[in-house]
Design a binder for this molecule. Structure first.
Ligand code: PMP
Length: 391
């Protein structure tokens, strides 16, 4: 049965990680995989998570199954975090991380409308396309960045989105766009909402970096605007915002216009869980619920999130400043105003490879860099590498 199988192409980020690990040069710099790291290169467990886990360990008296859709207290806690005072009929399920939230919502869209096209930003998390194609959904790209790579091409983006049809799916990033770090401003956000209202296409909002750009309330602003549409889908990942990467914390939420539709959508979500994994993981979800429900823990979590945000922002400013000094140009000044963990340096694959070969500075081939890796210790080396390959 299996002898004819050929290996899949490796994920470029994993290839990059392996090459980095095998590189013997001292002072090598990893700007690859999308994981937060502190200045010492560690990804510590949040203190609030440790406390919540300790409480769970003391009080939890069973690990028996919860339910196909997970714990309603988790649905409510993350629903409130994302949507604040927006109260709307909704169907919701816990998932295995943000990836499976996106996958579940795409699969739900396909059940509802097999001919739905999935509109994906030209620059995005590569898995969006992989997941849609794996399901056999038709995909369309919509323009995101303008050609010079330093801002959104508003006009062309809106022109592309105007072609979406009722019941198509439009993937949008809630905040801290991966890989560009460039989010729509409030005016463009409103125009995107208007466009979706006109076409009847349904947003699938991917929220994987809440709190990495601004306080969670502010990072949720675009998402809440989109929640005013008759129908909207939200995919939440707890990997970055709670540092629970390997625990696989995710939530898929569908906002509906008519309360009468909730039961059917909820049962479709449940069926998707059954065929995928029966019961979603619960430990990480329960930790998140505990943190959000307890005012002291929540304050502690928000402070830890703020520290990450401050460090990322400082790393950005330092890189922009170092590049200005080295290049004697304002070409990279925009970096400082961008948001979240990533930036996409318009360098081209060849220059990115030269940074790897000549300076042991490892960025993804698209030019995406994880700003967590641009620390006070590495900024000069990164800036020097970028300046050298641009010379
Ligand atoms: N969406 C985006 C935009 C991401 O960057 C990520 C993580 N790399 C995810 C979703 C999924 O995260 P996870 O499955 O690890 O929760």
């Amino acid at each position: 049965m299996f002898a004819h199988l050929r290996p899949q192409a490796d994920d470029p980020i994993l290839v990059l990680m392996r090459a980095f690990q095998a590189d013997p040069r001292p002072g090598k710099v990893d700007l690859g995989i999308g994981v937060w790291r502190d200045a010492e290169g560690r990804t510590p467990v949040f203190g609030a998570v440790k406390t919540a886990e300790e409480r769970l360990w003391r009080t939890q008296d069973t690990k028996s199954y919860v339910s196909f859709a997970g714990d309603p207290a988790f649905h409510a806690a993350v629903g409130d975090l994302l949507l604040g005072s927006v109260t709307r009929p909704r169907a919701v399920t816990a998932t295995t991380g943000g990836t499976s939230a996106v996958q579940t919502l795409l699969a739900l869209s396909q059940v509802a409308r097999p001919a739905a096209q999935v509109w994906i930003p030209a620059e995005t998390w590569p898995n969006h396309r992989v997941l849609a194609e794996h399901l056999g959904l038709a995909t369309r790209a919509f323009t995101y960045l303008a050609p010079e790579g330093t801002g959104i091409d508003r006009e062309v983006l809106l022109r592309d989105l105007a072609q979406a049809q009722a019941g198509d799916v439009v993937i949008l990033h809630a905040c801290c766009h991966n890989p560009t770090g460039i989010d729509p401003d409030p005016e463009l956000q409103a125009e995107i909402v208007d466009s979706l209202a006109r076409t009847g296409a349904v947003p699938l909002v991917d929220c994987a970096y809440l709190g990495f750009g601004a306080v969670p309330e502010a990072d949720a602003a675009f998402l809440r605007r989109l929640a005013s549409l008759p129908e909207a889908m939200l995919a939440f990942s707890g990997s970055k915002s709670f540092g629970l990467y390997r625990e696989r914390v995710g939530l898929a939420l569908v906002l509906l216009e008519q309360p009468g539709v909730v039961e059917a959508v909820q049962s479709q979500l449940t069926r998707l869980n059954r065929v995928n994994y029966s019961f979603p993981p619960d430990h990480g979800a329960r930790v998140v619920t505990e943190i959000l429900a307890d005012p002291a823990l929540r304050t502690a979590w928000e402070a830890e999130l703020a520290a990450i945000r401050t460090a990322l922002s400082a790393n950005r400013q330092a890189l922009a400043k170092a590049l200005r000094a080295r290049l004697q140009s304002d070409r990279f000044d925009g970096l400082a105003a961008q948001s979240g963990m990533f930036a996409m340096l318009p360098l081209g694959k060849e220059r990115v490879m030269r940074m790897r070969e000549d300076f042991a500075v490892y960025a993804v081939g698209t030019g995406r860099v994880n700003l967590a890796g641009v620390t006070p210790r590495t900024t000069d080396r990164v800036a020097e590498a970028i300046a050298a390959v641009l010379r």
